[in-house]
Design a protein around this ligand. Structure first.
Ligand code: PRP
Ligand code: URA
Ligand code: MG
Length: 244
């Protein structure tokens, strides 16, 4: 995937939280080089504030989560390749040297919470193929188990957007990435797209798969005893699908 620093462009070490982020009390730490952090725009920060709050109504939570997801999916698409293309505009036959999307894309959602990200990807990439990997954490130990995977036969030739909003210990992400590698997808063609990551899990995933790009909107400091992200958003799947 195309390179770029953690803030989506600048090369070199990137600290988190960025200087413009005011909501976090965390001491800065260096993001792994393969993290692509969405810039902390006012929109991202306000929407993340809504989905973090325990007081947010279900309707507002889903609405705001969908908006964050759309922003993060649009951002993640920047790490897929483009190739030069020349077009003629309607004005005096003038030409414009531009770029066009190139390469075949595949979305793969980590069921269940990752399925919440499918509509945004489909909105951006019409008729995008979607694979599924069912991985569930054990509620007591947080250890992930892979139950099912359905990927297209040509998965190895595609750029894969691996969709899961939460990266906590990183166990599920590592298992999902490994399933793609086992199917022949090179690390460099995998973009893991998340909404929120915990430092510990992010570091583990990035160290294990240094050529996978990991996109996220925010990075939190901690995990609690049940391996939930702190401060976090709670259980994303439960809040999104209403099963809490
Ligand atoms: C959640 C989440 C991630 C995983 C993150 O899924 O969607 O897949 O936990 O935790 P980890 O980084 O520690 O592995 P969960 O297994 O709870 O299933 P769900 O999607 O049905 O909520
Ligand atoms: N899954 C979630 O939905 N939230 C967390 O904080 C951790 C795993
Ligand atoms: Mg869950």
């Amino acid at each position: 995937a195309a390179g770029g620093g953690g803030s989506g462009g600048a090369a070199g070490a990137v600290s988190y939280p960025p200087p413009s982020a005011t909501s976090s009390e965390l001491p800065a730490f260096e993001l792994p080089p393969n993290v692509r952090l969405h810039p902390p725009t006012a929109q991202i920060r306000a929407l993340m504030t809504i989905i973090r709050s325990a007081e947010t109504s279900r309707a507002d939570w889903i609405f705001s989560a969908d908006r964050v997801i759309r922003l993060i999916v649009e951002f993640a698409l920047n790490f897929l390749p483009v190739s030069p293309v020349t077009v003629t505009t309607p004005v005096d036959g003038a030409v414009h040297e531009g770029v066009a999307f190139s390469g075949k894309i595949l979305g793969v959602s980590v069921v269940r919470a990752g399925e919440a990200m499918e509509p945004a990807l489909r909105s951006c990439c019409r008729s995008c193929r979607i694979g599924k990997i069912l991985i569930q954490r054990d509620e007591a130990t947080a250890a992930p188990t892979l139950f099912f995977a359905k990927l297209p036969d040509d998965v190895a030739s595609r750029h894969v957007l691996l969709l899961d909003p939460m990266l906590a210990t990183g166990g599920s992400a590592r298992m999902a990435i490994q399933a793609l590698l086992d199917a022949g997808v090179p690390q460099s063609k995998i973009v893991f797209v998340s909404v929120l990551a915990a430092r510990q899990g992010l570091a583990a995933v990035c160290a294990a798969y240094p050529d996978v790009s990991v996109v996220t909107a925010a990075v939190d400091a901690g995990l609690n005893a049940k391996k939930f992200i702190v401060p976090g958003v709670g259980d994303f799947g439960d809040r999104y699908f209403g099963t809490d």
